[in-house]
Design a protein around this ligand. Structure first.
Ligand code: GLC
Length: 545
């Protein structure tokens, strides 16, 4: 691997997220798989990314697209086999690509053998590995707490005893098919430590930890109150889990990284997960949700760097992932922020504007100090698909909200690779099934094939920007300096010698004095930078800025 001796790769890596169901279908069943990924490794190394994070590939009934894991040490047959996963890891390494697997420790699938054993017999020892609890009220008919699931609805489901009478309730912060583990139980802890070793032994370079702030619960099960400590988000006991995992990761050579999915509004509490003996990095959802304005972005970057500095962890920069509205769409709307609570469809969207901003945004995210994430398809400029027929939607967020929340299917539509019509090369010739979600016909201009070699395409912008990031010593880990700039413009320098300007104002602004244009996200207006455009320039040696 090009960076094999660099055990601190995670501090500055460009990490590409693969959502296996939707990346590439090798066997023609309309669902992406490991064969499809293996065929596209050359594309990924050509894109220049350092690592691939694969969303869950484990055996699963797919109640939450694989985030309901029935066996953490195998591969779902729809994706392939464990042997193929091992081959994929080896082949990726040969191409200079590191591999990050997705670990789902908060919950499992209701098909997991432990949960099946716990359901079958109320006296089974496996019962203790989950949160079974009597209901409230004389007949136990009210759920134990009124907690609300991020997927909508309650967080408890009542079981039926073997004799047919109603039994205890079990906790599932997400869908009912995703029972929560009891992390107070040593067997749960030991099991996950072994699972982590299982994958690290197979050579994976990192572990993305799903719902990382939710594992520990207050065992007294209090209600959520506006002021009190939260009973299941960011409970202090969770940190002990990550300290033990860090010791395991540190025992392996080559720098194995733990990456947390930590959604917390309080940056200080967020940074606690990144103390030197805990996780290496965590996703920056503030940046993802931030409005496309200069003051908001600058404040977000400053607050992010300030929160990370005391713990010595690198920041991460994320624009999109498999859970959120794609940013080409977000940035084409009047309100450019993202929040789950406000997610709606049918909002007027200017995709041309969103695309222009997305081009500028990637130059911003790749210039900032730390690691950067690319969600599959953003390098093709894909937008959120909003017109998926309701009967084809699969996301529990859509289903459990009765369709009020459009859910996440719109960012999970299979990628367009080539050709003029669906399946756009997603599936091989002669495939037996259409892609599992329908692709828009007008993605024909957004296929990888259509964009390759076109210097104006999103794909070539990503390739060039990532290649420059590799070549420029200034980019990646380190510090930044803000430069004076007109209102609505972000100007920053990375040393040695690279300046980035992003124009978020409504008028063109002059480029700074420079010693050469490295990259622009769109056409310049003579020597002026048009609105919603970004540039990287070589700083002049004598420029005081
Ligand atoms: C994380 C995943 C999301 C999943 C949820 C429950 O937020 O990113 O896709 O639905 O956890 O596992």
């Amino acid at each position: 691997m090009s960076t094999a001796d660099d055990s601190r790769w995670w501090r500055s890596a460009v990490i590409y997220q693969i959502y296996p169901r939707s990346f590439a279908d090798g066997d023609g069943d309309g669902i992406g798989d490991l064969a499809g990924i293996r065929e596209r490794l050359a594309y990924l190394s050509g894109l220049g990314v350092d690592a691939l994070w694969l969303s869950p590939w484990y055996p699963s009934p797919m109640a939450d697209a694989g985030y309901d894991v029935a066996d953490h040490r195998d591969i779902d047959p729809v994706f392939g086999t464990l042997a193929e996963a091992e081959q994929l890891i080896a082949e990726a390494h040969r191409q200079g690509l590191r591999i990050i697997v997705d670990l789902v420790p908060n919950h499992c699938s209701d098909a997991h053998p432990w949960f099946q054993a716990a359901l079958a017999d109320p006296d089974a020892p496996e019962r203790e590995l989950f949160w079974f609890h009597p209901g409230r009220g004389p007949d136990g008919g009210r759920q134990p707490t009124d907690w609300v699931s991020p997927f909508g609805g309650g967080t408890w489901t009542r079981t039926t005893n073997p004799d047919g009478t109603p039994g205890d309730w079990y906790l599932h912060l997400f869908a009912p098919q995703q029972p929560d583990f009891n992390w107070d139980h040593p067997r749960v802890r030991a099991e996950f430590e072994e699972i982590i070793r299982f994958w690290l032994d197979r050579g994976v370079d990192g572990i993305r930890i799903d719902s990382a702030a939710m594992l520990a619960k207050d065992p007294t099960l209090p209600e959520v109150t506006p002021d009190g400590p939260h009973p299941f988000v960011d409970v202090d006991a969770v940190h002990g889990i990550y300290r033990s995992w860090r010791r395991i990761a540190d025992g392996y050579p080559g720098g194995r990284a733990l990456i947390g999915e930590v959604w917390l509004p309080d940056r200080q509490r967020f940074a606690n997960y990144l103390r030197p003996d805990e996780l290496h990095t965590a996703f920056n959802f503030d940046f993802l949700g931030c409005a496309w304005t200069a003051p908001a972005l600058r404040a977000c970057v400053d607050a992010t760097l300030a929160a990370h500095a005391p713990v010595g962890a690198p920041a991460t920069w994320v624009l999109s992932n498999h859970d959120v509205t794609r940013h080409v769409t977000r940035y084409g709307r009047a309100d450019t922020t993202f929040s789950f609570a406000a997610r709606r469809e049918g909002i007027p969207t200017d995709l041309e504007l969103g695309t222009r901003r997305a081009r500028a945004a990637v130059l911003l995210s790749l210039v900032l100090p730390g690691a950067a994430y690319v969600y599959q398809g953003e390098e093709l400029g894909l937008w959120e698909v909003e017109d998926i027929p309701h009967e084809l939607r699969q996301d529990p967020m859509f289903l459990r909200s009765g369709g009020v929340d459009p859910g996440r299917d719109g960012c999970r539509v299979p990628l367009p690779w080539s050709g003029d019509a669906p399946p756009f090369g997603f599936s091989p010739e002669g495939a037996t099934a259409p892609p599992w979600l329908p692709q828009p016909a007008d993605w024909k201009d957004r296929t990888a094939r259509a964009q390759a070699g076109d210097p104006h395409s999103m794909l070539e912008l990503y390739r060039t920007a990532i290649a420059l990031r590799r070549a420029e010593a200034a980019l990646g880990d380190g510090d930044l300096t803000w430069l004076p700039a007109p209102e609505g413009v972000l100007a920053l320098r990375r040393d040695p010698g690279l300046t980035c300007l992003v124009n978020l104002s409504g008028t063109a602004v002059p480029l700074p004095p420079h010693a050469g244009l490295l990259l622009a996200s769109g056409p310049l207006d003579d020597d002026r930078l048009p609105p919603d455009t970004a540039v990287w320039v070589r700083s002049t040696p004598d420029d005081p800025r």
